[in-house]
Write a protein that binds this ligand. Structure first.
Ligand SMILES: [Zn+2]
Length: 89
């Protein structure tokens, strides 16, 4: 008999440089396997458990914007991930 650990891949978020990013996973990556975020970063996968002592992290708004667009969600003109909001236009 086995204990089936079920993971909702929509809730798996890579953390890079103190920010929660988003990625599209078809399966959990192996440790060391490259992970590409929706904002274009690529880093090797590493795992740790989330605990109450985990540092607070910021959201990557560029990933959030890409996620919203992928899923047809509304994007307000003030969304912080838009180039205008990031001062890129
Ligand atoms: Zn990102």
């Amino acid at each position: 008999m086995t204990a089936l650990i079920m993971v909702d891949l929509e809730r798996v978020h890579p953390v890079i440089e103190g920010r929660w990013h988003q990625a599209r996973f078809e399966r959990l990556p192996e440790p060391g396997e490259p992970v590409r975020t929706l904002c274009g970063l690529v880093e090797a996968a590493e795992y740790c458990a989330v605990t109450s002592r985990s540092p607070s992290l910021e959201r990557c708004w560029v990933c959030d914007l890409a996620h919203r667009r992928l899923h047809g969600m509304d994007v307000l003109p003030t969304h912080p991930g838009l180039p205008r909001a990031r001062g890129e236009l």
